[in-house]
Write a protein that binds this ligand. Sequence first.
Ligand code: PRT
Ligand code: MG
Length: 224
Amino acid sequence: MNGSNSGANSQLILALSKGRIFDDTLPLLEAAGITVKDNPETSRKLILATNDPNVRVIIVRATDVPTYVQYGAADFGVAGKDVLLEHGGEGLYQPIDLNIAACRMAVAVQAGFDYATAVRQGARLRVATKFVETAREHFAAKGVHVDLIKLYGSMELAPLVGLSDAIVDVVSTGNTLRANNLVEVEHIMEISSRLVVNQAALKLKRERLQPIIEAFERASKNQG
Ligand code: PRT
Ligand code: MG
């Protein structure tokens, strides 16, 4: 009735993306007594076994994590607030902020571009971003008129080749901006990654999920 991935005795599936989210989630899994047996950086497997035969990890693109969890193909997952805001969060229960993969969402322009004056004079700005929903809300709240240009990566290039006046992107060290002669002109919000749980799984598999959620919560608090 609910497909193969349901019922009290079935498997738990956790959706993660490779890289910083996978790396930062490993210690939380360890705190829950779960050890992942494959390394996604060296293995081509997309379904990874763990020491618990009832828990498997699937490796998907960061932006696809909420979709897998929303539809119940994964019971739970880890995704950045940036990704969750674009997705909208439908069908997802978000019990905890894991305080991992921290960064900030910011507006950046080429060094020398007078952003403040352009905004004050009411210029219509072209803004390139992967985060169109967040960008739309940010500029609407400020009453700034923008034309949003959707990109899927390397936003930093857009102002350098005249595609846009500004970008909205996530920044952590700021090294990529500096290396490309860009400067941050507005801070939009702090970003960290969240645990997301399929709403039906939370009810049907609560007994299995709850101890993992609690272990993640304890371990993420200790990370500071
Ligand atoms: O890489 P891919 O296109 O598959 O997807 P993704 O970039 O969304 O995934 P991933 O794994 O790179 O990021 C997953 C999550 O990590 C994001 O959704 C954010 O919540 C979070 N995060 C934390 C970051 C960064 N820090 C970060 N620095 N995501 C991306 N970056 C980018 C940044 O945009 C810049 O282009 O990394 C580049 C380097 O940043 P600096 O400032 O350290 O130079
Ligand atoms: Mg990336």
